[in-house]
Write a protein that binds this ligand. Structure first.
Ligand SMILES: [Zn+2]
Length: 395
């Protein structure tokens, strides 16, 4: 049985959300009863609509608790909708917890996403993106956002897994790559991406790109990418490679979607369909998808930020058929608190299956998202787990 405080005069005792009794403090309250009840129910109806619609616009405004599970959520929670009669609404996580509910592990109603702190991290990101052409120091950010530089850095790193400076660097790098791939001159591309001000930055760029910007530009335009499309247990699969290794593994329902996807990713490369030369890699991948453990590593040719590289390298150590949560991966790479950044790095994995981002699931054991669709993730894990169990039974 839960109690909910409606005003100073009246307690309404609820079971689920059905009023089972009133504790009236003054006779006055009886007169107010009708209007209190209808106002409350109008608001709750609105809130319930928001829950049904998983409306992110109401996140932070209220929380809903589910009596059958003992869990409370934010309105946009992706979990299955509860029955209306099991739902109680609260204004804050604290109230929900006082009433005996636990925070949901999927939507993390207490997490940073919808509190003022996360808002401030987002604003800092936007600020950095708009000031790429000037050195953005912690002191400067502190002044602009009215926070101590130490506090600002810690909150930022907690939310994104990188420092504001690393964020600025990665924004510049992405912009530079895009400009170079679009065929801009090196000088212009560097200038546009905010690298104009110092030669030190230019040198750092070369080391981050792994080559000089000039060479990168020529490479991006002249690169030859061979690809093939084939059937797989996950639908049509595209495997594409440069001369150095596999650069894309994608899934879709049709070949048209696949070639469009490849074009979006490598707009200036020459893309050539070449089934023969891709055959042995495709075979290896297909048998991996079918659940066969293979020790043979596939050569990869992919770009990654430092953070993505850490996540992806860790994923490749996950045993066949096993899963880890986003939070566990974050901890394993020494950045607890960067679970969301881990999820983003998984979503950005350009080579599905080869880097097994499908082995990362939500904290509560639910699937979590997958760039190529949750159904494909489920199929992959099921095949792997079947084979892992069969192998264990043989031993
Ligand atoms: Zn939830």
């Amino acid at each position: 049985m839960q109690e909910s405080w409606f005003n100073r005069k009246l307690w309404i005792v609820l079971r689920g959300d059905v009023a089972v009794g009133f504790l009236i403090m003054t006779t006055n309250a009886i007169l107010n009863l009708g209007s209190e009840m209808s106002m409350t129910s109008a608001r709750e109806n609105r809130w319930w609509d928001a829950v049904v619609a998983r409306d992110t616009g109401h996140d932070g405004e209220f929380f809903f608790a589910v009596s059958s599970t003992g869990v409370y959520c934010r309105p946009s929670c992706p979990a299955k909708r509860p029955r209306r009669e099991n739902v109680t609404f609260f204004r804050s996580p604290v109230e929900a917890e006082k009433a005996g509910f636990r925070a949901c592990l999927r939507c993390r109603p207490r997490s940073a996403d919808h509190n003022p702190q996360a808002g401030s991290v987002k604003r800092i990101c936007r600020y950095i993106e708009q000031h790429l052409d000037e050195p953005v120091t912690l002191a400067k950010l502190g002044t602009v956002f009215g926070q101590s530089p130490f506090h600002l850095q810690r909150t930022f790193k907690n939310a994104l897994g990188i420092t504001p400076r690393e964020y600025a660097d990665s924004c510049r790098m992405n912009l530079l790559k895009r400009n170079l791939q679009a065929g801009q001159s090196v000088t212009h591309a560097l200038y546009e991406a905010g690298y104009s001000s110092s030669s030190r930055l230019y040198e750092r760029t070369a080391s981050q790109l792994g080559m000089t910007p000039d060479k990168y530009r020529r490479g991006a335009i002249a690169a030859v990418i061979r690809y093939t499309c084939t059937d797989s247990p996950l639908g049509r699969m595209l495997v594409a490679a440069t001369e150095k290794g596999i650069c894309a593994i994608q899934f879709a329902d049709t070949d048209d979607e696949l070639t469009e996807g490849l074009k979006r990713e490598f707009p200036f490369a020459q893309r050539k369909r070449d089934d023969d030369s891709m055959r042995s890699w495709t075979k290896t991948l297909l048998s991996r998808i079918a659940g066969h453990k293979l020790n043979r590593a596939l050569p990869l040719d992919i770009q990654a930020t430092a953070f993505q590289r850490r996540v992806w390298t860790h994923l490749q150590t996950l045993p066949f058929g096993s899963t880890e949560s986003y939070g566990q991966v974050a901890k394993a790479i020494g950045q607890p608190g960067a679970a969301r950044a881990v999820a983003r790095a998984c979503a950005a994995n350009p080579v599905a299956v080869a880097i097994p981002c499908h082995r990362v699931v939500r904290e509560d054991g639910e699937m979590g998202g997958y760039h190529w669709g949750v159904g494909r993730k489920q199929t992959l894990l099921r095949l792997e787990q079947q084979h892992a169990q069969a192998a264990a039974a043989e031993r």
